[in-house]
Design a protein around this ligand. Structure first.
Ligand SMILES: Nc1ncnc2c1ncn2[C@@H]1O[C@H](COP(=O)(O)OP(=O)(O)OP(=O)(O)O)[C@@H](O)[C@H]1O
Ligand SMILES: [Mg+2]
Length: 243
């Protein structure tokens, strides 16, 4: 696994004149799972799009070292006419992976996200949480070195959301990709990550980077620990001072 991402002095100004992010520098190495929190509209999605190459920088540099990068959006963006299995297989189809291997890897990925037994179901027959699981399986099937997440759990109910967090950090530990994860939830940010990056209001700048020292896998009860509350407190404070 290589999986590194380096942003240096990145500024993005759109044609409309809006400066979405200003002078952002960020380093992601293998073993890092970095979460980004910041007020709505501060440029978080823009930052992710810049990191993935979907958007180009106005100033600064973006360097990615990864054989494969995956992107998970807030909406699961599944193809309704394909089964869960065939949605996950799509990635392999596009990359012309031989049929047998493609299927084997897709089944493995679905097992990893706890969807064994649901391979043949179409997305509309699955719950919101299960649809997000399919989306995660699709992202993991290519064994990415770098995984980018734009608020993937934002639309889920609270219970499903906590479950997905617990599962995602297990997957991170198992698969070892470098992760960059956007969220509005301070507790989600701390629970998942090795480091929380706090952005200011637009134009988004990085105003704090707070390391999270807890070992993986992290038990769900970690969320009630005083050390956890201490960290969420520090993140909230940084957010409050700069929004
Ligand atoms: N393609 C675009 N053209 C012009 N302006 C844009 C474009 N994309 C985003 N913006 C502007 O850039 C700013 C940052 O947007 P962005 O979507 O990155 O924020 P965000 O932090 O992800 O917000 P949210 O928390 O609501 O998801 C906003 O003011 C938005 O209107
Ligand atoms: Mg966004």
């Amino acid at each position: 696994m290589t999986g590194t991402l380096t942003l240096e002095g990145v500024t993005k100004q759109f044609d409309t004149g809006t400066v979405a992010v200003r002078e952002v520098s960020l380093d992601l190495a293998p073993g890092d799972f970095v979460t980004v929190v910041g007020p709505s509209g501060c440029g978080k999605s823009t930052l992710l799009r810049l990191a993935s190459g979907l958007e180009t920088v106005t100033r600064g540099t973006v360097a990615v070292e990864a054989a494969s990068t995956s992107y998970v959006f807030q909406d699961p963006t599944l193809l309704e006419w394909r089964s869960a299995l065939r949605n996950v297989e799509l990635v392999g189809e596009l990359r012309r992976v031989p049929r047998e291997e493609r299927r084997r890897r897709a089944l493995e990925a679905l097992e990893l996200v706890g969807l064994t037994g649901f391979e043949a179901q179409h997305p509309r027959k699955l719950s919101g949480g299960m649809r997000m699981r399919v989306s995660l399986a699709r992202a993991l099937v290519a064994d990415p070195d770098l995984a980018l997440f734009d608020e993937p759990f934002g639309a889920l109910d609270e219970i499903t959301r906590l479950q997905m967090q617990t599962e995602l950090q297990k997957l991170f530990q198992l698969k070892g990709f470098a992760g960059l994860f956007i969220t509005h939830s301070v507790s989600e940010a701390v629970y998942l990550s090795t480091r929380v990056v706090v952005m200011s209001g637009r134009p988004g700048r990085i105003v704090a980077e707070i390391p999270v020292p807890f070992a993986y896998p992290r038990p769900p009860e970690l969320r009630y620990a005083p050390e956890f509350a201490e960290l969420t407190g520090r993140v909230s404070e940084a957010l409050g001072e700069h929004s």
